[in-house]
Design a protein around this ligand. Sequence first.
Ligand code: SF4
Length: 331
Amino acid sequence: MDIDVLVTRLASQGAKRIYIQAPEGLKTRVQEIASRIEAQGIEVLLGCDPTYGACDLRDKEAKALGCDLLLHIGHTDFGVRPVLPVLYEPYAIPIDLVPLLERHLPGLEGYRTLSLLTTIQFADALEPAARFLERQGKRILFAKQARNQREGLLLGCDWTAALPLEKEVDAYLYLGSGRFHPLGLALKTEKPVLALDVEQGTLTDLGKERDRLLRIKTYHRGIAKDATTFGILLTMKEGQGFVRQAFHLKTALQAMGKQAWILVMDEISPAKIAGMKLDVLVNCACPRMDEDFSLFKKPILNPADVYQLQREAAAADAHVMVEESAAAPRA
Ligand code: SF4
C-alpha cells in the first residue's frame, strides 16, 4: 500500500472525517496509516471490531459517527451497497514465490495443467509464478472471479475464478497463507486442490481434510433428522444477511415438525447463545461458518442441508403412503 497515494485519493474525495476498517493482520500498522492521514487534516476513527471481509462493511456505523467516507483496507468490493462512499484499499504483500515453487516442484509432478489461485494480498505474485511453472512444462490457466476483474482470485465463498476451469485442469494450486480459501474450493470440486502455504513453506494436498469435513457434514445431517430444536443464525453484516432465506428455512423446518428460532446478532459467537436450548444450528450467515461446529459444540447445517433433509423427509412420506396403499384391502 502506498500511503502517499492513499492520502491523495482521500483528499481528492474531499473527506473530512473517515472511519478505517482493517483486518486483524494489519492492526499493527493502522496507527501509522492513520497518523499520515490525520497529518493532512482528515479526522480518523479506527474501527476495532474484527473485519472478516468486504461482506462486513461498517458503513452505517461510520455514517452515524459523522464520517463522510469509509476506508476499507485489505479487501476488494464484495458488492454490498453502502450508505456512504467506501474506498477499498487492497493490501498487497510483496513476495517472490519462485524459490518456494522450485522447492516443491516434485510435489507437482503428475499435474500438467494447473489453475493458479490466490487472494488479493498475493495477487501481484501470480503472474511471475505462472511464467516460472510454464518454463517447467506446465500449462497454466486462469479465470476471473465474478466480483473482481483480476484473474485467479479466490474468496472464502466465491470460487468463480476456479470452478469454470474444472474440466480442463489436473489440479488447482493455491498460493497464499492458511487453508481457509483453498479448503472452501476443495469442498466444491472433485479435482485435487494443492495449497502452497507461503508462511509455513509447505505444499499440502487438501483431499484428506476435505473428506474428513464431508464425513462430518453427513454425520451432522444424520443428527439433524431426529433433532427437535433448531437455531437459525442470522447476522446483521450487510454482505451476509439473508433475512428472507432465514424465514424460508424456518418454514421448511416447521413443516418437518421441528421447532425453529431465528437468532439475530452481528458477530456470531457461541457465548451469545449459551443457555438456549438448541439441538442444531442452521447457518444463514457466512457460508463457511458451518466448519466452526467444534467452536459451537453443536452440529451446524447450511441451508442446502436443510433442503436436502426436507427432500428426504418428503421421499420417506411418499414411500410410506405407497406401502400403506399397497397393504389396503381391495374392493
Ligand atoms: S467467506 Fe465469509 S467472511 Fe469471507 S467474504 Fe465470504 S461471506 Fe465474507
